[in-house]
Each structure stands twice: as structure tokens, then as C-alpha cells.
Design a protein around this ligand. Structure first.
Ligand SMILES: [Fe+2]
Length: 145
């Protein structure tokens, strides 16, 4: 398969995105403290942005001819993003999300290079778009600390 690395990167991006989305939802539900409303809304908005992206990433894999992993077991095997902890203080939640966004950005940059090497500009474009979105999300989280 000529787009082997690109497809692998898409699979990993999907797994990372799914686990980060779940973590965001966890923190959207469970955050407490003086900044409750702001953080509840910020985490909710990031979750929603990501859940739209997840569908695009999965459907890009199908477009390239690969089946899509649709199980938590598969996602957990492919991603280093750990489960969230509902009892964290709000600052610890923000820091945990920052680490996850950074991991995703790192993988997305590798994915962009892989896609460009395999001359799949459309997937490279998707990865670049996702990098932009995660960098913006990261800015908002860092600024909330
Ligand atoms: Fe909600």
C-alpha cells in the first residue's frame, strides 16, 4: 500500500483525538471551582470541535481504503493519552489537557511529513488543519492557568 505511513498516522490521530475528546468531556462534567463556568464552557467547546474532527479523520481513512478502528481497546493501544481523573483540581485538569494537546500536535507534525512524503497533499492538509486547531486550543488552556 503506497500510503501506508499516512494511514498509520491517521489511525493514531483518530485514537489520540478520541481519547482526548473523552478526557475533555470528563472535565467538562466534573470541573469545580471559582472558574467553573468558564472552564466548563471551554472544555465543552473543545470537545465539540474535536468530535466533528474525529468524523473527518475516520472518513479520510475510509477514503484511502482502510477500515476504521471503532473500539476503545484499539484506541488505547494506539495512543499514549491516559484516562482523565474526575477528582483533579481545575488547574491539574488544564495541565493534563495541555499535555494531551501537545502529544497530539507532535504526532500531527509527523503525520504531515509522512503524508507529504507519500504525496498525499489532502491528508497533509487535514493534519495541518488539525495542528492549527490544537495549537489554538493549547493557547486557550495555557492562558487559563
Ligand atoms: Fe454539556
Amino acid at each position: 500500500m503506497k500510503n501506508h505511513q499516512t494511514a498509520e498516522s491517521l489511525r493514531k490521530t483518530l485514537a489520540n483525538s478520541y481519547l482526548l475528546a473523552l478526557k475533555l468531556q470528563n472535565y467538562h462534567w466534573n470541573v469545580v471551582g471559582a472558574n467553573f463556568k468558564t472552564l466548563h464552557e471551554l472544555f465543552g467547546a473543545q470537545y465539540e470541535e474535536l468530535s466533528t474532527a474525529i468524523d473527518e479523520i475516520a472518513e479520510r481513512l475510509r477514503t484511502l481504503g482502510s477500515k476504521v478502528d471503532g473500539t476503545f481497546e484499539d484506541f488505547q493501544k494506539l495512543s499514549q493519552i491516559k484516562s482523565g481523573n474526575k477528582n483533579l483540581a481545575s488547574d491539574a485538569m488544564i495541565k493534563d489537557l495541555i499535555v494531551a494537546h501537545e502529544m497530539l500536535i507532535e504526532d500531527l507534525k509527523l503525520g504531515t511529513k509522512a503524508a507529504q512524503k507519500e504525496e498525499d497533499e489532502a491528508t497533509a492538509d487535514l493534519f495541518i488543519g488539525r495542528t492549527t486547531a490544537h495549537e489554538k486550543a493549547l493557547w486557550m488552556l495555557v492562558s487559563s492557568l
